[in-house]
Design a protein around this ligand. Structure first.
Ligand code: ZN
Length: 491
């Protein structure tokens, strides 16, 4: 299978023509959410970025196995403020089982993702369901001599690993600099070196989530779950590993070290990282009070928001930037995205209603080719959007009777929007399910009013035609007489 998809590989720092390991198949692993709180804008970006890649690879004809893990074993401790694992803390405060906390937030995460039209991954493994595999993985690293046991915990020996390998190769960091900047952590006395990271942690008495192991009753380290579940479901070597840029160091760096230590070679062929979202130019952080959850966006219920924003506006806003560039949230930027999205969906809707002419009065540019080239160029979604806007110009001109378009040209425009706007960018344009029935009836009723108005005009019954026009305008409808008949929309 041939493709022209070029991806930026964080490891080689170059754009490379994507060639999967196994003909026709792609294995893709993306670091998934931690489930102790609601998803916020920062969660939306990796989910949408890798959703685009997932959709495009499938569109190119690959069978994609997309694995996205659920981080739920309660190892998110050493939180600078609390020093207590976040799932456990929530469970203790709300008198819940830790797994109730996990399930509650996981359900909400899935709901948020569904609203954003993010497709579910092929497998969504829980770290808590793979304790045995993680213990086996630790044994391999111990056997290879790259880890040591200390007081019931097991640590990865970074310094020893770095003697024969390059720890820091992904993020381009230098281990000497790292040693100088690493701050002192709790339990550090157990480690030989502050950079060493836990593969297994002995649970303290207040730690609720723990499992038996050869070393202690405890829990696995965070970096380990991704190495373990990635290779379990995708093989010792697999094609793509993605995640946010904030995970590059130390998380993904540690994953590389673990694979090399346990398997003797790296597991991942292409590393992809999406850049971060800032809010009004600031990093998102607890101390800034700018963690806006997706639900707060949908409801407009955060003090920083001047209005509510629909999930599709959020999705479109994120796709207006290429995934490796930063995105700065502001109300102005989201309002601009909302307007732009409305323009594009209006174009889509007008396109559905256009009737063909015998032949086109203009020659359409090759939009499809330009869109494929943009997608192949490291998923350049802003370029795809620019092409769709360009296509909208022709649609609007045709709807206004300024140009004519043939059946073939209309068909190619419809395909363009169906493939790139709906299937690949994943923008929901219509209304689905039960709502679509109601919408169909509603549209039928408005069309009927338009017919009565047209008849009234034909009969010079101005009072009836004006009444319909004015009442509809008062209700927020815009009614336009065009060459192709009457066009209405709700503003
Ligand atoms: Zn991960």
């Amino acid at each position: 299978m041939e493709n022209n998809l070029t991806l930026y590989n964080s490891l080689s720092r170059t754009k490379e023509l994507f060639k999967p390991l196994h003909e026709g198949h792609v294995g893709m692993y993306v670091c998934g959410p931690t489930v102790y709180g609601d998803a916020h804008l920062g969660h939306a970006r990796p989910a949408i970025t890798f959703d685009i890649l997932f959709r495009y690879l499938r569109h190119l004809g690959y069978k994609v196995r997309y694995v996205r893990n659920i981080t739920d074993v309660g190892h998110l401790e050493h939180d600078a403020d609390e020093g207590e694992d976040k799932i456990c803390k929530k469970a203790r405060l709300e008198q819940l089982e830790p797994m109730e906390v996990v399930q509650y937030y996981l359900n909400r995460y899935h709901h948020d993702m569904e609203l954003l039209n993010v497709l579910p991954p092929s497998i969504e493994p829980h770290a808590s369901g793979h304790i045995i595999e993680q213990i086996e993985y630790i044994k391999k690293i111990l056997d290879a001599g790259f880890a040591y046991e200390s007081n019931g915990s097991v640590y990865f020996d970074v310094e020893k690993y770095n003697r024969s390998n390059n720890y820091g190769k992904l993020s381009g960091r230098n281990i000497e600099d790292l040693l100088n900047t690493t701050r002192q952590l709790d339990g550090q006395e157990e480690k030989r070196n502050p950079l060493d990271f836990a593969l297994w942690k002995k649970a303290s008495p207040e730690h609720i989530m723990h499992w038996p192991s050869p070393w202690s009753e405890g829990f696995p380290g965070w970096h380990l779950e991704c190495s373990t579940m990635g290779t379990k479901y995708l093989g010792e070597t697999f094609d793509i590993h993605g995640g946010g840029l904030d995970l590059m160091f130390p998380h993904h760096e540690c994953e590389i070290a673990q694979s090399v230590a346990a398997q003797g070679h790296e597991a991942v062929r292409y590393w992809l990282h999406n850049n971060m979202i800032t809010i009004n130019g600031k990093k998102m952080g607890k101390s800034y009070g700018n963690f806006i959850t997706l639900e707060q966006f949908y409801e407009g219920s955060h003090p920083l928001l001047v209005q509510a924003y629909s999930p599709m506006t959020i999705r479109f806003f994120i796709l207006q930037a290429q995934y490796r560039s930063t995105v700065d949230f502001s109300n102005e930027a989201l309002q601009a995205a909302e307007k732009a999205l409305l323009k594009i969906t209006e174009g889509y809707n007008r396109l559905q209603k256009l009737s063909p002419a015998e032949k086109s009065s203009v020659e359409l540019p090759d939009f499809r080719k330009a869109c494929y080239e943009a997608m192949d160029d490291d998923l350049n979604t802003p370029m795809v959007i620019a092409q769709l806007f360009e296509a909208c110009k022709y649609i609007n001109q045709a709807a206004d009777g300024k140009i004519t378009l043939s059946t073939a040209d209309l068909e190619s425009l419809r395909q363009l929007f169906d493939v790139f706007l709906v299937d690949l960018l994943g923008i929901r344009v219509g209304i689905e399910g039960e709502d679509s029935k109601a919408m169909g009836a509603f549209e039928g009723a408005v069309d009927l009013l338009m017919e009565i108005r047209a008849n009234a005009k034909a009969n010079k019954d101005w009072s009836t035609s004006d009444l319909i026009r004015d009442k509809l305008a008062a209700l927020g409808f815009s009614v336009k007489d065009t060459k192709n008949g009457v066009e209405w929309s709700v503003k």
